[in-house]
Ligand binder design. Structure first.
Ligand code: NAI
Ligand code: MG
Length: 486
C-alpha cells in the first residue's frame, strides 16, 4: 500500500502555508510515473518570508539563541527519537517519491539516526581558545553560529542530505531555510513535521519546495543568508559559488559529483572484490555521488573479473522499490532515465563492449537494466562524464603507477577505492590518489565520524566528522586590555 502523503505545503515559521503565488507542482513516483501529490511551489517571495522567519529566530534575544547549547543537543536527540519511531513510514515515503529500494532506504534511516546523535553530541562542545597574545592583553576566541544558512538538497538522498545539513547547522546554533530538490519534495516536509513535534522554536527550520532556477537561486542571492550548503551537480555548484559572491559574501560548502575510480589488483581477494565492485556502481541504480563509475582491473585477472561482473549485474533483482526483496529500482525521473540511456548509446558508438543490459525495462516507470561495458578506454565519454546511472565501465591496466595517473586524470576527486592484499599497494594508492575519500578492500564505508567531501571539482569543504560544525561557525577574537602590571 502506498504511504500516506500528509504534508504538501511550505513550512515557514512553524506554520504550513501555501505559496504566495498559489502555485503548486506535481510530484511523481518513478515506479510508474504517476502523479502522487501536488506540492506548494515556492519562489522568491516565499524564500524571502522564510529568510525573515529564520532571521527573527536568530535574533540575539530569540528563544533559540537563549537556549543552552546542551538543550540544542537534547532537541536534536528528540528529533532522532521521532525518526526512529517513524522509520518504516519515512523509508516508505522516500522509496515512493524517489524510487530508492526499501532495503537501501531503511539502511539510510538507521544511519541518519546515528548521525543525528553524533552531531547532537557536538552542540555543547564548541570551544574557543585562550590566546597568549602580545602586549598587555587578555585574548580569547569565541566560536559563534554564522547566521541564517540556506541548504539546497539533491534528489538522490533526500532524507540523509536533509538531516546531515540541517542537524549540523542546528548543532552550531544557526537557523535554516531548506530548498529540497524538485523531484523529491515530500520527505523533507515529513521531517519538518517531526522537527515541529520535537519542539524547535518558530523560524529555526523552514522548508520551501520549488525549482532550482527560482527558489534555489533566490536563496543563493539573498543578502540575509550567511551561508549556503549545496549538494548536486558541478554545473550548479559553480553557479552557486558565483551567486554567493553577488549580494553579500556567503560562506559556501559544496558536495558535488564524481567519476570515482575503483582499482582491482591481481593480488586482490576476488571473492570480496567482485561483489563489492558490483554494489559500488549498482547500489541505488548508480545515483550515488561516490559511485565507482570507473572500474580499473589489472590485466592478469581481467577476463575472469569481467565474466563475474556480468553475472553479478544479471543477478540483481529488478522491481518495484516498495518490495523489500527488490535490489534494483527505477531512476528518479524520465529526464535522468533518458540521460543515462543516452550515455549507454554513446558508449556503444564510441566502441566500448556492451556485455549485458543497456535497455529500458518495460515502458512504465523509469527502469534501466544493470549495464556492463568492458574494454572501456579513458577517452570515451562513459569514462569521463558522471552518468549517475547503473552503468559499470570496466577498464584494463598493467601497473599501479599507470593506474594512479589514469585515476587522477579527471577534474573530479570525490572517492576512490582499491582491492589488494599488498599493503604497499594500498599505501601508495591512498597517498597519491586525488580524492576526498579512499577505501581499501571496502567501498561506500562512510561514518558520521569521518569527514566527507571532495578534491578538485567534486566540492569545497567537508561534512561529517568532528570538525564539520566549523562550517557553520565564525571565529571571533576578543582582546581585553589588562590594567597596569602589578
Ligand atoms: P542540480 O545540481 O541541478 O540540482 C540539485 C539541487 O540544486 C536541486 O535542489 C535544484 O533545485 C537546485 N538548483 C538547480 N539549479 C539551481 C540554481 N541555479 N540555483 C540554486 N539551486 C539550484 O542536479 P540535477 O539537475 O538534479 O542532476 C544533474 C546531475 O547532477 C546528475 O546527473 C548528477 O550527475 C549530478 N548530481 C550529483 C549529486 C551528488 O550527490 N553530488 C546529486 C544530484 C545530482
Ligand atoms: Mg539541474
Amino acid at each position: 500500500m502506498a504511504p500516506q502523503i500528509k504534508y504538501t505545503k511550505l513550512f515557514i515559521d512553524n506554520e504550513w502555508v501555501d505559496a504566495k503565488s498559489g502555485k503548486t507542482f506535481e510530484t511523481r513516483t518513478p515506479h510508474d510515473g504517476s502523479v502522487i501529490a501536488k506540492v506548494a511551489e515556492g519562489d522568491k517571495a516565499d524564500i524571502d518570508e522564510a529568510v525573515k522567519a529564520a532571521r527573527r529566530a536568530f535574533h540575539r534575544n530569540s528563544e533559540w539563541r537563549l537556549l543552552d547549547a546542551s538543550q540544542r543537543g537534547a532537541l536534536l536527540n528528540k528529533f532522532a527519537d521521532l525518526i526512529q519511531r517513524d522509520t518504516a513510514y519515512l523509508a516508505a515515503l522516500e522509496s515512493y517519491n524517489n524510487g530508492m529500494v526499501m532495503g537501501v532506504a531503511t539502511q539510510f534511516l538507521a544511519r541518519v539516526v546515528s548521525n543525528i546523535r553524533y552531531l547532537a553530541s557536538l552542540a555543547d562542545k564548541v570551544q574557543g581558545d585562550t590566546v597568549p597574545s602580545d602586549g598587555d592583553l587578555f585574548s580569547y576566541t569565541l566560536k559563534q553560529p554564522i547566521g541564517v544558512a540556506g541548504l539546497i538538497l539533491p534528489w538522490n538522498g533526500p532524507i540523509i542530505t536533509f538531516v546531515n545539513k540541517v542537524v549540523t547547522a542546528l548543532a552550531a546554533g544557526c537557523t535554516v531555510v531548506v530548498k529540497p530538490a524538485e523531484q523529491t519534495p515530500l520527505t523533507a516536509l515529513a521531517l519538518a513535521a517531526l522537527l515541529l513535534e520535537a519542539g524547535f522554536p518558530r523560524g529555526v527550520v523552514n522548508v520551501v519546495n520549488g525549482y532550482g532556477e527560482t527558489a534555489g537561486a533566490a536563496l543563493t542571492h539573498h543578502p540575509h543568508v550567511a551561508k549556503i550548503s549545496f549538494t548536486g551537480s558541478v554545473e550548479v555548484g559553480k553557479l552557486i559559488q558565483q551567486a554567493a559572491g553577488a549580494n553579500n559574501l556567503k560562506r559556501v560548502t559544496l558536495e558535488l559529483g564524481g567519476k570515482s575510480p575503483l582499482v582491482i589488483m591481481d593480488d586482490a581477494d576476488l571473492n570480496v572484490a567482485i561483489p563489492f565492485a558490483a554494489n559500488a556502481i549498482f547500489t541505488h541504480q548508480g545515483q550515488v555521488c561516490v559511485a565507482a563509475s570507473r572500474l580499473y582491473v589489472q590485466a592478469g585477472i581481467y577476463d575472469k573479473f569481467v565474466a563475474e561482473a556480468v553475472k553479478h549485474a544479471q543477478a540483481r533483482k529488478i522491481g518495484n522499490p516498495a518490495d523489500p526483496t527488490t535490489q534494483h529500482g527505477p531512476q528518479v525521473d524520465e529526464e535522468m532515465m533518458t540521460k543515462v540511456l543516452g550515455y549507454i548509446e554513446k558508449g556503444k558508438k564510441e566502441g566500448a563492449k556492451l556485455l549485458t543490459g543497456g535497455n529500458r525495462v518495460g515502458n512504465s516507470g523509469y527502469y534501466i537494466e544493470p549495464t556492463v561495458f568492458a574494454d572501456v578506454k579513458d577517452h570515451m565519454t562513459i569514462a569521463k562524464e558522471e552518468i549517475f546511472g547503473p552503468v559499470q565501465s570496466i577498464l584494463k591496466f598493467d601497473t599501479l603507477e599507470e593506474v594512479i595517473d589514469r585515476a587522477n586524470d579527471t577534474s573530479y576527486g570525490l572517492a576512490a577505492g582499491i582491492f589488494t592484499t599488498n599493503v604497499n599497494n594500498a599505501l601508495q594508492f591512498s597517498k597519491h590518489v586525488e580524492a576526498g575519500l579512499v577505501w581499501v578492500n571496502t567501498y561506500f564505508s562512510m561514518s558520521c565520524q569521518t569527514p566527507f567531501g571532495g578534491f578538485k571539482d567534486s566540492g569545497l569543504g567537508r561534512e561529517s566528522g568532528f570538525n564539520c560544525i566549523d562550517a557553520y561557525l565564525e571565529v571571533k577574537s576578543v582582546s581585553i586590555s589588562l590594567p597596569k602590571r602589578i
